[in-house]
Design a protein around this ligand. Sequence first.
Ligand SMILES: Nc1ncnc2c1ncn2[C@@H]1O[C@H](COP(=O)(O)OP(=O)(O)O)[C@@H](O)[C@H]1O
Ligand SMILES: [Mg+2]
Length: 276
Amino acid sequence: MKIPDRLLPLLEQGLIHEVIRPLMSGKEAAVYVVAAQEGICVAKVYKDAEHRSFRQRAAYIEGRQVRNSRQRRAMEKGSKYGREQTEAAWQNAEVDALYKLHAAGLRVPRPIMFSDGVLLMDMVMNSDGEPAPRLCDCNFTPEQAWRVLEFVVYQVAGMLCNGLIHGDLSEYNVLLAWDGPMIIDLPQAIDAAHNQSARSLLVRDVENITNFLARSNPGLAEARFGQEMWGLYERAQLFPDTPLTGRWRGSTRRVDTRGVMREIEDSAREARTRRR
Ligand SMILES: Nc1ncnc2c1ncn2[C@@H]1O[C@H](COP(=O)(O)OP(=O)(O)O)[C@@H](O)[C@H]1O
Ligand SMILES: [Mg+2]
């Protein structure tokens, strides 16, 4: 395999020992399985700035800390220097978010280092030690769908308690590791307290996951965890252990808890019948 240029400096500096194979190339980054001192890790190489759109970034970058007013003005104007700064802010946001959330005990990969536009982090694995699949690659029973939703919802609440909103959460950015879901891909992480779009981005994040899992358990479709969470957060009543119900006062509809349970029971009954 030809070693990508962007990984050469890390090899030369001995930060990684070997590039094992490409894992995935998405819209924003190419991800490689590499061997490093820490063992098998992944290296996320951000795509070059020119290949990506900056306009959409504005909504995300709002409220983020920048170094100085010159940097902010340049970022707002979109000059070459400004674009470089925006790009750096983008990559750093993922690194910062990973360090912060990992330190807070949340389910994100442990970051190892960030160098030359490459983020090195723990590889999220399945029970065979292979890279973990994304939620979109998995099938769920209604009960599993409910458990995954519950798990992810509490992770999102934990992130919000740490002042961050993922901003691009979906079945493509949650991996199913051997020990449960892991959340990845955070360059657009949002500062919850200083971004005017915070609420809508949080609600969208949670809806993406809810809608995906509702395909396996239609009873979940009515859950409104995002709205509920934001309501509590705004009133400073959200803590990592605050119980969430998926019910939200602003909604006219109720969560059909019995529907959720009915789906789970039906599928258990079907499984029993099949076994017989
Ligand atoms: N720490 C990791 N462990 C295992 N697989 C990963 C890890 N990080 C990324 N991947 C894989 O690489 C893909 C792309 O990474 P991601 O961070 O989502 O970037 P993109 O912006 O390209 O979507 C993911 O969908 C996932 O399959
Ligand atoms: Mg992704």
